[in-house]
Design a protein around this ligand. Structure first.
Ligand code: UD1
Ligand code: UDP
Length: 362
């Protein structure tokens, strides 16, 4: 009973860590399940890849396909060509993909054309924003995958509306939250804490990497200006490599915003845990702040994770900069809504997934 597990980008590594732990537990209990870990190489900088393997105790991948960066088509095509060869040389009973990045879609297409069943962890979420490359990845992946492990009831509804039968949908919870909950006792204070003399609850965190926010220099500069002038406290900004060039090109250097390189997971979660609030366009950060109960402003016009708004501490401000400024004021005044934790985000999702996969493959 062999599965091939695919991961390619930063958030994927965080999602697969508990799956591998759950496989190891089932093996110890005598299950015949085994896995091959394929890293597509979509992310390759140590700070986006290697450090996550080290800090989350993820074993070295069996192969790195070395796909690297490029246009959407170049990257997707390189992953497909390399994965097809790898899957031919290393047949398996099921391919398991996670999330919504190009690696997720590319490997799903390859596996299905080679008649290998595919399970999608985090299936069914939708932003209904077709300008996002991730939304295209989600729709393509979910239209051909065989089994869906969902993080919310809304995701299951989206799949049913697309005609997917009940017997293929499994509401299991959220592997990203599995990793968060197991990592909380091990978080690490980043060096910048002392450098900037940070104090609990007296700084903000910022992450931005969506093309719609960071690729166009003028739009990016006006977001930076708004945040800098509304902050009233230091804003720690671990910069995703996609965002670096336009940050370096800013004509007015922000005074409150303190840039740094991407942080390790254990450092980043430490920073989130103790922050007054977060401004982000990340998918995973919306979920983590909901579980941590930290105010989160999302710089997007929609979210594929609506439970973080209806249950959690997330607010969507779209592309309205005055709404962003207003939200930041509310963070400073401490008048942010209190959230609650979405159903089944209990740290046990990966075990449910692996036990179900074993049943499906029996
Ligand atoms: C990708 C995913 C996005 C996810 C994000 C997580 C797609 C379409 N996008 O976006 O859904 O939220 O990862 O972080 O799959 N770069 C480096 N070093 C690296 C990787 C990238 O410098 O290790 C730079 C390159 O200039 C590259 C750019 O970042 O062109 C974008 O990388 P890419 O993987 O294409 O997309 P992300 O923006 O990282
Ligand atoms: N993250 C991290 N270091 C950072 C920024 C983010 O470890 O400097 C983590 C964060 O905690 C979350 C994940 O990276 O678990 C989110 O990844 P990203 O925002 O790149 O992708 P998305 O979730 O938007 O697809």
């Amino acid at each position: 009973m062999k599965i091939t597990l695919v991961a390619g980008a930063r958030p994927n590594f965080i999602k697969i860590a508990p799956l591998i732990r759950a496989i190891e537990q089932e093996q110890q209990a005598g299950s015949p399940i085994d896995y091959r870990l394929v890293h597509t190489g979509q992310h390759y900088d140590d700070r986006l890849s290697k450090i996550f393997f080290e800090h989350l105790n993820i074993p070295d991948p069996h192969v790195n396909l070395g796909a690297g960066s490029g246009t959407q088509a170049e990257q997707t095509a390189r992953i497909m060509v390399a994965f097809e060869k790898d899957l031919r040389e290393h047949p398996c009973d099921m391919v398991v993909v996670v999330g919504d990045v190009n690696s997720t879609m590319a490997c799903t297409i390859v596996a299905k054309k080679m008649m290998v069943p595919v399970a999608h962890v985090e299936g069914g979420i939708r932003s209904f924003d077709m300008t996002m490359p991730e939304e295209i990845n989600r729709i393509v992946t979910d239209s051909i995958a065989d089994f869906f492990f969902t993080t919310s009831r809304v995701a299951g509804e989206n799949l049913r509306k697309a005609g997917i039968g009940e017997e293929r949908i499994f509401f299991v919870g959220n592997t990203m939250i599995d990793t968060l909950l197991t990592s909380l006792p091990r978080t690490q204070q980043p060096e910048l804490w002392r450098k900037h003399n940070l104090k609990v609850g007296q700084y903000l965190v910022l992450t931005l990497h969506r093309p719609s926010n960071v690729d166009e220099p003028e739009r990016f500069a006006s977001i930076m200006d708004t945040i800098d002038t509304s902050a009233g406290m230091e804003v720690i900004f671990p910069i995703h490599p996609r965002t670096q060039k336009n940050f370096d090109g800013l004509s007015r250097k922000p005074s409150h915003i303190k840039p740094c390189e991407p942080l390790s997971y254990l450092e980043f979660i430490y920073l989130l845990q103790h922050a007054r609030g977060i401004i982000t366009d990340s998918g995973g950060v919306q979920e983590e702040t909901t579980v941590l109960g930290i105010p989160c402003v999302t710089m997007r016009s929609s979210t594929e994770r609506p439970e973080t708004v209806t249950w959690g501490t997330n607010e969507i401000v779209g592309d309205q900069l005055d709404a962003l400024g207003h939200a930041m004021k509310s963070m400073q005044q401490g008048t942010w809504k209190k959230g609650s934790i979405p159903e089944l985000w209990d740290g046990k999702a990966a075990g449910r997934i692996i036990r179900q996969i074993i049943k499906l493959l029996r």
